[in-house]
Design a protein around this ligand. Sequence first.
Ligand code: HEM
Ligand code: HEM
Length: 245
Amino acid sequence: MNTTSVSPAEWSGEEPARAEPLRKVLVWDAPVRVFHWLMVLSFAGAYLTAESERWRLVHVTLGYTMAGLVAFRVVWGLVGTRHARFASFVRGPAAIAAYLWGMVQGRPKHHVGHNPAGALAIVALLGLAAVVTAAGWANYNELGGDWVKELHEGVANAMLAVVGVHVAGVLVGSWMHGDNLIGSMLTGRKAGRPEDAVRSAWRIVAVLMLMAVMGFWLFQWQAAPAWGTPAGVSAHSRDQDGDDD
Ligand code: HEM
Ligand code: HEM
């Protein structure tokens, strides 16, 4: 059966609880899902390549990818499908505290879209991603000096900490609600009522996003000097200095 174990008693939709069991309905459109997994890939890749001059172009390419993804997500948060819109999930401190208190009591309210505490981590991740990429760009273009480098590294590490909290929240939330949230970010389907579903997955937008990202990577790849050329990986870094790690 296509029902889930979420109890209607824990339900916190826009309407009062009903006795019927919840079904899996389409909640996350395709652009949200493709955006998310590209963010994961870009963050992990940028973090892992941060320290090496040899991997600098990969680091910078993934960083710019992340900046583009955040810009897309801000626009999609204003014009996208209902559960993707900031207005539908960004909540104030009272709602966040109430959700966390419910968690402590072992009965957190179920939300079809993001829960208020998860939303806080999401907004923090988008904001930190914007700052880390802006500082990375300034650093790469030798603007601002040492403090920009420190800021870039510090914000990247703060982001890593928030990612840890985010993933822990996803795992605890999945367990408490009896709903596989990671699976939902892959399939788009989550426990809800038929009227909570989004009407279209907007696959064409996701395909265009993927093509834009792949096109950018291809462009960067073609612009890169052959592997093993001195001073790392970009004409940019060759122009600026010759030292390598
Ligand atoms: C537009 C995007 C980005 C650009 C242009 C960029 C550029 C750079 C450059 C040039 C450095 C070397 C700093 C130096 O040693 O002088 C650097 C370091 C670093 N970057 Fe980025 N970056 C970007 C995005 C990111 C992102 C998204 C993350 C996090 C996932 C990140 C994490 C780091 C860290 C942790 C270091 C310090 C590495 C060390 O210990 O030396 N960067 N970045
Ligand atoms: C493997 C690690 C990760 C897993 C398993 C994961 C899982 C998830 C899940 C399940 C959701 C939906 C939460 C909900 O149902 O309310 C979500 C949302 C989100 N995650 Fe992650 N996440 C991971 C890493 C990251 C990273 C590294 C970032 C950013 C750097 C990130 C940023 C976000 C954002 C921005 C959203 C909101 C999606 C949207 O509405 O567009 N996540 N994540």
